[in-house]
Design a protein around this ligand. Structure first.
Ligand SMILES: Cc1ncc(COP(=O)(O)O)c(C=O)c1O
Length: 376
């Protein structure tokens, strides 16, 4: 699905230098590289505060803790997404309120939010899924009407932009009260292990986030909040500083690969739907996720597997059908779109090193599946 070693080979000299410099410095925790990366990231995102941490799951939980959420509070999360948003909410004893997603973008459907809000609603987690921004303006309108903070989960869409009605552009992760991201290796900006970060323009909140991520300390051994221990390794920051310089190039490579799929995959709309590119967003194609119609998704996946073509079902179960969450959530809307996507969505190989020939082969096999050329 993803070729990280070829990408590494393309920038090996710089990465090796950065890693060696870090090892030789002896500063393995909160070293200069972390400070440098934080500044680079703030500049890139045009945001006042960047707080690096261990991973995006930590970042989500730290965001909720910094917003002082408590057991009994409710947080709206999408039903069709990775489990981390609901998990972070449940981990602090609050209740995930599961809301359906838009059938085209797979992101939280803004039209369903207002009905899901109660006096207990204390946050909305908007996930920017598969590389594309959620529709932030209508979400922000509802959120500000009820004075509810939005946490943007930008784990899958780092580098993407939201285009407002006045045509101004904002980077995903910088529009909500807090943004979080993941630097997991396969993510749009990935390191060589785990990593994450939080972003905010609110200085006071940034201080609470910093403390929460560092045992709730205001100064060493003075704990003003109950916190966590969640840090970005200096080594990972060194890797990320190099990779951030190449993000534009890597994003362009993914976008080009998506264009190539669109060119080759001209199968009838009745068989499959290609990813929808919303007019209000740029798409960084963390995934290239098609919808396979008429219940043929699993058969297509087996067919591709038999031809050594990897594909992944993101996600086979919506949040509300996960065993651990059965009695821990509230259903906030009809969830039929999420249910349907779990049966139809299939993600094809997508990475910065994908070659046109590989994509041609993948596309030909998909055509041949639908044309019944090879019924095996
Ligand atoms: C939408 C989303 N949020 C959060 C996470 C968690 O990221 P991490 O592995 O850095 O904790 C992921 C990881 O896949 C994700 O896809």
């Amino acid at each position: 699905m993803v070729d990280l070693t070829t990408q590494y080979a393309s920038i090996q000299g710089e990465i090796d230098d950065a890693v060696l410099r870090c090892i030789r410095s002896g500063q393995y925790i909160n070293g200069n590289e972390v400070l440098h990366f934080k500044e680079q990231l703030a500049e890139y995102l045009q945001i006042n505060n960047v707080i690096p941490c261990g991973n995006a799951t930590d970042a989500l939980q730290i965001a909720l803790m910094a917003l002082a959420l408590r057991p009994g509070d409710e947080v709206i999360v999408p039903a069709f997404t990775y489990i981390a948003p609901a998990e972070a909410v449940a981990a602090i004893g609050a209740t995930p309120v599961v809301v359906d997603v838009d059938p085209d973008t797979f992101n939280l459907n803004p039209k369903l939010i207002e009905n899901a809000i109660t006096r207990h609603t204390k946050a909305i987690i908007a996930v920017h899924l598969f590389g594309q921004s959620a529709d932030m303006e209508p979400l922000q309108n509802v959120a500000s009407k009820y004075n509810i903070p939005i946490i943007e989960d930008n784990a899958q869409s780092f580098g993407a932009e939201y285009i407002s009605h006045d045509r101004s552009r904002r980077k995903t992760g910088t529009m909500g009260t807090i943004g979080v991201t993941s630097f997991f290796p396969t993510k749009p900006l990935g390191c060589y292990g785990d990593g994450g970060a939080l972003f905010t323009n609110d200085a006071e909140l940034a201080e609470r986030i910093r403390m929460t991520a560092n045992h709730g300390q205001s100064e060493k051994y003075l704990h003003r909040l109950i916190g966590r221990n969640s840090r970005l390794d200096t080594l990972q920051a060194a890797v990320l500083s190099v990779k951030l310089k190449y993000l534009k190039q890597f994003t362009a490579a993914r976008q080009k690969a998506a264009d190539i799929y669109r060119r080759w995959l001209n199968v009838s709309d009745d068989c499959l739907a290609l990813p929808y590119a919303a007019p209000y967003a740029t798409h960084v194609y963390h995934q290239f996720t098609i919808q396979v119609k008429h219940g043929k998704r699993d058969a297509l996946q087996s067919f591709l597997k038999a031809r050594q073509i990897p594909s992944v079902v993101y996600y086979p179960l919506p949040v509300h059908r996960q065993e651990a969450y059965r009695n821990k959530i509230r259903i906030g809307s009809d969830l039929s779109v999420s249910e349907q996507l779990c049966l139809s969505a299939l993600s094809l190989p997508m990475h910065t090193e994908l070659e046109e020939e590989q994509q041609r082969y993948i596309s030909e096999q998909i055509h041949s599946f639908f044309n019944n050329d090879d019924p095996s």
